[in-house]
Design a protein around this ligand. Structure first.
Ligand code: ATP
Length: 317
C-alpha cells in the first residue's frame, strides 16, 4: 500500500475527506493517508503546518489536498483541471507558474501601475509534454491558447515552445487559437474541446468558466504537478476544484464528485490505473443515471452519492 499526504483544510474539506476515506476503504485501501492539519487556525499559528505539508508531499511524492480558506500552497509547474458532465470532458493544462501571478506589481503614483509578466521555457515545456501525453489517452488533439498576436513576447514564447514540443508527438494534432475567440467558442460548443494548454492566467479563467458551464464547481477536479528535468511528474497534488463553501459546510450535502475524481487521478498517478479509471467512470455513470447531489438537482447527500459510486466501482470489478 502506498502512503500519500493528506492536506486537510476548512469548510466542506472534512466532509469531502470522509467521502474519499469511505471509498478508499471500500476499495481495500489502495493508499493510506498521512494527515496534515492545514486548517486556517493552524496555518495562522505559524509556518509549521506549511512546512509539514510540503515536506510530506515532497517525501511521499503524492498528496490529496482539500479546500483551505486561503491558498497557502504555491502552485507547482503545471495544473490540470478536469471537468465532466457527460458531453463535456475538458482538460485545461495550465502553466501554474509565472504569468502576472508572481509579481506584486508596482504603483507609479496616482495614475498608473505596472506588473511584469513572466514566461519560462522550462515550465511551458513541462506543461506541453503533459498536455500531449494526456491527449494520447483522449482524442489526440491539443489546442494551445493565448494572446499571441498582442502579447508577442511572452505568449509568443509560449506558442513557440508548444509548437516545438508538438513535433515530438506525431500522432497528435496541435492547433492554436486566440484566447478571447476560444472563450466564446467554448461557451457555445464546450463538447468540441478536450485538452487545452495555456499560460497561467488564462488557465485560471478558463477552468473556472467551465465549472460554471457544467453547472457546479463541485464537479471539478484538479491536479498540480512538479516535474523531473525529463518532464516526468515527480510530485502530484490532487484536489477538488471548489473552495470551502461555507454556506453548506457541516450539512453533509456537498457534492464530493470533484474530490472523488481527484482521488481517482491520485490512484492513477500512484500506478493503480484501473482502479483510478473505474472511480472516474463510476462518478460519471452515477451522474448520468440521475444519482446526483442537490447542487445538480438531485436528492443524494454527500455520503449517499459516495456509496452509489462505491457500489458502481464494486460492480465494475
Ligand atoms: P472559498 O473562499 O473557500 O473559495 P467560496 O464560497 O467563495 O469559498 P466556493 O467554495 O468555491 O467559493 O463556493 C462557491 C459556491 O459553490 C458556493 O455557493 C458553494 O456552496 C458552491 N460549492 C462549492 N463547492 C461545492 C460542492 N463540492 N458541492 C456543492 N456546492 C459547492
Amino acid at each position: 500500500m502506498r502512503e500519500v499526504a493528506e492536506l486537510n483544510g476548512d469548510g466542506i474539506g472534512p466532509e469531502l475527506r470522509d467521502a474519499v476515506h469511505v471509498l478508499n476503504e471500500a476499495l481495500g485501501s489502495p493508499v493510506s493517508f498521512r494527515a496534515v492539519d492545514w486548517s486556517l487556525e493552524r496555518r495562522e499559528a505559524g509556518d509549521a503546518a506549511l512546512v509539514e505539508g510540503i515536506e510530506a508531499a515532497r517525501s511521499l511524492g503524492g498528496a490529496m489536498k482539500y479546500p483551505t480558506v486561503t491558498q497557502t500552497l504555491r502552485p507547482n509547474h503545471v495544473r490540470v483541471s478536469k471537468n465532466y458532465t457527460g458531453e463535456i470532458d475538458m482538460h485545461v493544462v495550465r502553466v501554474a507558474t509565472g504569468g502576472t501571478y508572481e509579481d506584486a506589481g508596482m504603483r507609479l503614483g496616482h495614475y498608473s501601475a505596472v506588473s511584469i509578466r513572466v514566461m519560462e521555457r522550462t515550465a511551458v515545456e513541462h506543461a506541453a509534454h503533459f498536455a500531449f501525453r494526456l491527449a494520447e489517452q483522449h482524442r489526440h488533439r491539443v489546442l494551445s491558447t493565448s494572446k499571441y498576436t498582442i502579447q508577442r513576447a511572452a505568449d509568443g514564447l509560449f506558442e513557440e515552445v508548444v509548437a516545438e514540443v508538438a513535433t515530438e508527438y506525431r500522432n497528435t494534432v496541435h492547433s492554436k487559437e486566440l484566447f478571447d475567440a476560444l472563450l466564446a467558442k467554448v461557451i457555445m460548443n464546450p463538447e468540441r474541446y478536450d485538452v487545452v494548454v495555456c499560460p497561467n492566467e488564462y488557465g485560471d479563467f478558463l477552468s473556472d468558466a467551465i465549472y460554471g458551464l457544467i453547472g457546479s464547481i463541485g464537479l471539478g477536479a484538479s491536479a498540480a504537478y512538479a516535474f523531473t528535468p525529463s518532464h516526468q511528474p515527480k510530485i502530484g497534488i490532487f484536489d477538488p476544484a471548489g473552495g470551502t463553501a461555507p454556506d453548506i459546510a457541516g450539512k453533509g450535502v456537498a457534492n464530493p464528485s470533484g474530490a472523488i475524481e481527484a482521488y481517482g487521478m491520485l490512484l492513477e498517478y500512484c500506478g493503480e490505473f484501473e482502479t483510478g479509471r473505474a472511480i472516474v467512470d463510476a462518478v460519471h455513470a452515477c451522474i448520468a443515471a440521475g444519482e446526483k447531489t442537490a447542487d445538480l438537482g438531485g436528492t443524494l447527500d454527500t455520503m449517499g452519492f459516495t456509496h452509489a459510486v462505491a457500489g458502481r466501482v464494486a460492480d465494475s470489478r
